[in-house]
Structures are given as C-alpha cells and as structure tokens.
Design a protein around this ligand. Structure first.
Ligand SMILES: [Fe+2]
Ligand SMILES: [Fe+2]
Length: 468
C-alpha cells in the first residue's frame, strides 16, 4: 500500500519501538466502529485537519494537540451508546452516524430528526409511543446526550496524558460557528480553534466518503458561517480547487499514513510500559462502558488472566503481555450494536453472527502494532476452543497461542461471576464447576487448575463477583 507523504514527518523512532501516534491512530479505528463510521474515518479526518494546521502554520504543540484531538474525538462514544439505544429504540451506531451530519439546530429540526430516527423498525403504534417519549424530553435530550459524551471524551483525553487544549477540542467538537451547536451554544471565536478545525475535518470526511469531492465542497459552502468558521472554509475550498486534496485524501487508510503527522511522538513500546498499559486501560474502559452488562469486564479479565499466568509460572514479561491482551481482547465489541449487547434474551442467528465478528475486528484494529503481534494473536483467539468449535478462525488447541487458553478461561469465568441487570453473578466455586464441565474438551486444563489454586488460597478482589 502506498504511503502518502505527510507535510511534516515526525521524529523517527528506533526499529522495534512503538510511537504513541501509531497506537492511537490504530485504536481510533475502534472508535469509528462505535460511531457507525467506516474504519479509517478518524484517520482521514485527522489527515484533513492536519492539512488545515499546515495552511494556518500552527505551532508544533498546537499541531500535536490537534492531532490527538482528531484521533480521539469519539473516545467518549460509550458514554451515550446505551442512552441512544434506549431513547431512540434503534441501532445506536446508525443513529450516531446520522447525528454527526444531520442539521439538528433549532427545535423544528431536532423534532424532524427525532421522528426519523425513533424506532424505525417498530410497528407504527410503538413508534408513536416512543416519539411521544422522546418529544417529552424536548431538545434537552439531544443536549444531554452530547454533553455526557463530550465531557467523558475530554476526561479520557486527560487520562491519556494529552494536553488541555486537546481535551478542550474534544469537549467542544459539537459547537457551531453560529451558536447553534451543542451543548453550550458557543459562538464564533468562543469555539476553540482546534474544535472548529476538528468539526470541519470530521464533517467533510463523511460527506467526501459518501459523495466524493463535489459533496465535500457542497457541504463546505452550505454550512459556511453556520457550522463552520468561514476562514477555514475558504482555505479548504482554495486548496481543493484542482482536486489534488481529494486525490491525496483517497490514499489515506492505514494508521501509518497519519502517525507521522505527530510532530513529537512518544515512544510507548515495545514492552508493556506504563504508558502502553494506560492507553490499553482507557480503551478497555471505553469497551466496558458501552453496555451496562459488561461493566469492568475487560479490566477484570486482564486482572484474572495475570493472576493465572503468575500461578502458571509464566515469566513476568509474559504475564504483562497476557494482561495487555486481556485489556484489549473485546475492542471489536465497539462495532456491536447496543440493541444486541443489551438484549435480555437469546440472540437470533443474525445477531449472533454480528456478535461473533468481534474477535476478528479486534485483530484488525491491533494489526498495525508490529511490536504487539503476540498480544494481538492472544486477544484475537479468546473465543477459540480446544476442539475447534470456537470462533473466528476455528483454531484447535495446539494452533492457539498459549496465552489465549488463559484468556478463554478468564473470559468465561468473568462472565459467569459478573452481576448483570437481570441476574446475580455466580460465586467463584460455582463458576469453577461450570468451567470444569468443558475442561479438556473445549477449555485447556492448565489454566483451570491455576484458577482452582487461586480460588483455594486467600480471597482476592479480582476473583469475587463483580461489584456492579
Ligand atoms: Fe469476546
Ligand atoms: Fe470478553
């Protein structure tokens, strides 16, 4: 794949090391999935925004803040996924994708949006009832949904260690130049410059991916002075005049295409450094927060897996890698609609198929991280089973990475012991008995024995039923 030349090549890192820019660029594709956008949306929005930064001659620190704000603009996605599904009775990803481009300024437009998006597949009487319910909340509902998402997004950017301007850019992403945005209705220069660039880049990318350069230029003209800062619109239209901008944009699709645009990437690999673990913990929290039914799941799977790896006397480095895979194993679940994740009954075949895509997506999201190949393999294999009856590649026991056997047991144990809105979690010994029924047939014996040893010892918080 051809790699487009970037305007300002970032600092080169020694071979085998992992730049923060590549990690965040790769993980941004998980956020695309949660927002109902095609993988690569945030990468292209990032590239477009960084072109604007170059034309405006922003300083290196401003460019770095913008770079991470663009890649992490949707990191608060889980904060409202459940509410969007609950209120609109629709696929949260579809509703969110519409919300990004639909003009919902003013009460009338908000109402039209709500009518179109509410319970589209339901019978008319149920649709009407749900519309009344949405309507009774008024425009305050849209504000609430955006505010909770933008505040959570900004908070996670801070937790990841990026500067305050990057957090503020994420927090104010949905504010518009004319004051018609949300949640605060900021106007003109009150909207931080980095948010203005990010909104422009995000919207243009979506219209470009749906209708090419013509659609992108049309939306720039239509929303000039309404959504967008006129100066930025004029700049982009001037640079788009000969079509080269759109041709270059079409080449952006791989995290490496944009990772070099960070003026000063931090080295966060190849070992499981504190910073790499922190990034994995934040993304684990994003995955776990998507559904009230998976609260703390990834974090607990990681902790339980590490304990098991230690009991099995794996090296400290292997223990770290297993823990990292535990944090990242369900990244692909961000692509699963909450109408499936939160379903209180058995899934129909189509829904099960969508759910079972998640390990393959985890693999795809992590695949550019060359120093984490072993972690990626473990994470992608956590639903494989000894007898080949698992998914997504139907691997058999010897074909599975060693750590995947540990993850598989930890994953099932966590699910059995977690409290759910519809049932209490099992106690440890009961969950162990359930696991033993599959010992040697679907689940490996060694990790189950390790778990049994841990449960027989001192009570440990990691192994107790989840606190939720
Ligand atoms: Fe999973
Ligand atoms: Fe899981």
């Amino acid at each position: 794949m051809a790699i487009s030349p970037g305007p300002s090549p970032g600092r080169k890192l020694a071979p085998g090391h992992l730049p923060s820019s590549l990690v965040i660029a790769s993980l941004s594709r998980a956020l695309d999935l949660a927002e109902g956008e095609p993988m690569g949306h945030a990468l292209r929005a990032c590239w477009l925004g960084m072109q604007v930064a170059k034309w405006l001659e922003l300083l290196p620190q401003e460019r770095q803040d913008l770079f991470y704000a663009l890649l992490l603009k949707d990191v608060g996605c889980s904060a409202n996924a459940y509410s969007v599904t609950h209120w609109f009775h629709a696929d949260d990803r579809r509703t969110k994708a519409r919300l990004k481009v639909a003009d919902t300024s003013g009460q009338w437009r908000s109402l039209v949006f709500a009518i179109r998006q509410t319970a589209p597949a339901a019978p008319i009487t149920r649709r009407m009832a749900q519309m009344v319910s949405v309507g009774s909340r008024g425009p305050g509902l849209a504000n609430e949904l955006i505010e909770v998402r933008s505040q959570q997004g900004a908070e996670l950017v801070r937790q990841l260690g990026w500067e305050e301007p990057a957090a503020a850019a994420v927090e104010n992403l949905d504010e518009h130049w004319d004051g018609g945005g949300r949640p605060r209705g900021l106007r003109g220069d009150e909207v931080p410059m980095l948010s203005r660039i990010a909104l422009l880049a995000q919207t243009v990318e979506i219209f470009w991916s749906q209708g090419g350069g013509r659609a992108a230029e049309m939306i720039l003209r239509q929303r000039r002075g309404r959504w967008f800062d006129p100066v930025l619109v004029d700049l982009m239209l001037a640079h788009a005049r000969n079509g080269r901008l759109w041709r270059q944009l079409a080449e952006i699709g791989h995290p490496e295409h944009v990772s070099r645009l960070d003026p000063e990437p931090r080295d966060i690999g190849p070992q499981a450094t504190d910073e790499l673990v922190r990034v994995a913990e934040v993304f684990a929290a994003v995955v776990d927060a998507k559904s009230p039914w998976t609260t703390n799941h990834s974090t607990r799977v990681a902790a339980i897996s590490r304990l098991m790896a230690e009991t099995m006397r794996l090296s400290p480095e292997e223990q770290e890698r297993v823990g990292l895979a535990g944090l990242l194993h369900d990244l692909g679940k961000l692509a699963v609609s909450n109408s499936i994740l939160d379903k209180p009954g058995p899934l129909v075949a189509e829904e099960a198929e969508e759910m079972q895509r998640h390990p393959a997506l985890t693999q795809q999201i992590l695949s550019p991280l060359w120093t984490l190949d072993d972690v990626t393999e473990m994470a992608a294999s956590h639903h494989e089973r000894l007898d080949g009856s698992g998914y997504h590649r139907n691997l058999r026991g010897p074909e599975m990475p060693h750590g995947a056997h540990i993850l598989a047991v930890a994953d099932v144990y966590e699910a059995l012991t977690a409290h759910r809105p519809y049932r209490r979690g099992m106690e440890g010994p009961e969950a162990l008995r359930v696991l033993k029924r599959e010992q040697g047939t679907r689940l490996a014996g060694e990790p189950i024995t390790a778990l049994e040893q841990i449960l027989a010892g001192e009570p440990m918080a990691e192994l107790a039923p989840s606190p939720t």
